[in-house]
Design a binder for this molecule. Structure first.
Ligand SMILES: NC(=O)C1=CN([C@@H]2O[C@H](COP(=O)(O)OP(=O)(O)OC[C@H]3O[C@@H](n4cnc5c(N)ncnc54)[C@H](OP(=O)(O)O)[C@@H]3O)[C@@H](O)[C@H]2O)C=CC1
Ligand SMILES: CC(C)=CCC[C@@H](C)[C@H]1CC[C@H]2C3=C(CC[C@]12C)[C@@]1(C)CCC(=O)C[C@@H]1CC3
Length: 345
């Protein structure tokens, strides 16, 4: 169907559509017959049939151009979580999201789907089968989490049935899959530097790793089921693989699949967390003189040594969500997609 003939509710904009999740979302939306535009600060690849708008989401004028004739917006842009640039996180995740909301309302957009994060409730201690009713983290573990909380609050509060502007937030956790620039590349880099020999803690902590296609599925379902009379308006939803797995079993499976050894020796969690905190402080103090980025940040150690898995019951109930790719299949597809990261290549 020619783009201009598509019904208005099938015309969408993906803010952050050049990123890992964004590109997978764009591809699936195209498959499902949507007319798709992308707004991003950079264009990594040209996707046939997709109009690309380059710009910073803090720039309302640039956004308004991209929003012309769009009824549905997915906002999945964020600075990389590994950064510790507080100003950048505040500018993009808080002020930028406020700008996205204003631009959407002014352009007459009907639905805004935010990619939030399950981490908005994570404080570095165990979460087992956490529901959406858990309170936001009072002491967020880093600037990324702190600004994702503010971002989610802004988007959910903006939901206004009377004005015809509906919002919903998807909270994925530990997204993995082909083209992920983060999880597998960092893991392999750590292994190649000989630092992936140790298991932090007793190795039995369960976590969610969510295959990217399931996260995409959750976003599209949310957009399609979001209606003025649905319970979804202004609500957050966990989207997971619904298969919590031991953090260290998942890491080992990916490492072994790529030809590396699985970590074997145990280190006490408290010791590693303390060391990571010390290194982080040292890096902060020495920043004016030397710049170094520790591999084992307090955030990564906390994620590697605690339980953090979430219930996706609410998404099942309200939007009929069910994972479409199993964890096993997701790992196989992911490992196959990284031939250049195999040992010896
Ligand atoms: N990956 C994960 O495990 C999880 C991710 N999330 C959330 O999912 C979303 C997508 O993450 P992911 O795909 O992994 O991240 P990516 O970094 O791959 O994608 C984010 C995209 O947003 C772009 N971007 C950043 N700042 C701006 C800006 N000011 N204006 C316009 N575009 C901008 C980035 O460009 P550039 O690369 O040049 O900065 C990038 O293309 C994020 O909101 C993240 O918080 C939530 C839970 C888990
Ligand atoms: C201990 C070690 C070096 C592990 C390597 C893998 C890590 C880089 C990932 C393991 C869990 C991942 C994760 C995220 C980023 C990558 C990991 C730390 C997020 C912080 C990404 C953004 C979110 O919203 C939450 C994610 C939780 C899990």
């Amino acid at each position: 169907m020619a783009t201009r003939l598509r019904p208005r509710n099938k015309r969408c904009l993906v803010v952050g559509g050049s990123g890992f999740l964004g590109r997978h979302l764009v591809e699936k939306l195209l498959d499902r017959g949507y007319s798709v535009s992308v707004f991003d600060i950079c264009q990594n690849v040209e996707v046939p049939g997709v109009a690309f708008h380059q710009g910073d989401l803090c720039d309302k004028q640039a956004l308004s151009v991209a929003l012309n004739d769009v009824s549905l917006v997915f906002h999945c842009a964020s600075p990389a979580p590994g950064s510790d640039n507080r100003q950048l996180f505040e500018r993009v995740n808080i002020h930028g999201t406020r700008t996205v909301i204003q631009a959407c309302v002014e352009a007459g957009v009907e639905k805004l789907v935010l990619t939030s994060s399950a981490s908005v409730v994570f404080e570095g201690t165990d979460i087992k089968n956490g529901s959406e009713d858990l309170p936001y983290a009072k002491k967020p573990i880093d600037y990324y989490t702190q600004t994702k909380i503010e971002q989610e609050k802004l988007v959910l509060k903006a939901c206004d049935k009377d004005k015809g502007f509906l919002t919903v937030a998807i909270r994925p956790h530990g997204i993995f899959g082909p083209r992920d620039p983060q999880l597998v590349p960092i893991l392999v880099d750590t292994a190649r530097r000989g630092k992936m020999k140790f298991i932090i803690g007793n190795g039995t902590n369960l976590v969610d790793f969510t295959f990217v296609e399931n996260v995409v599925h959750g976003h599209i379902l949310a957009a399609e089921r979001l209606k003025p009379d649905s319970p979804m308006c202004g609500k957050p939803y966990h989207i997971t693989n619904d298969e919590p797995v031991r953090f260290w079993d998942f890491m080992s499976e990916v490492l072994v699949g790529l030809g590396y050894d699985a970590p074997r020796y145990h280190l006490p969690y408290v010791l590693v967390y303390g060391l990571a905190l010390l290194l982080w402080l040292l890096a902060l103090l020495l920043r004016p003189l030397v710049s170094f980025k520790p591999t084992f940040t307090p955030m990564r150690v906390a994620l590697a040594g605690t339980h953090h898995y979430y219930s996706c019951e609410r998404a099942k109930q309200d939007m009929g969500y069910k994972p479409v790719v199993s964890l096993k299949e997701g790992i196989v597809r992911t490992v196959q997609s990284y031939p250049h990261l195999r040992r010896g290549s």
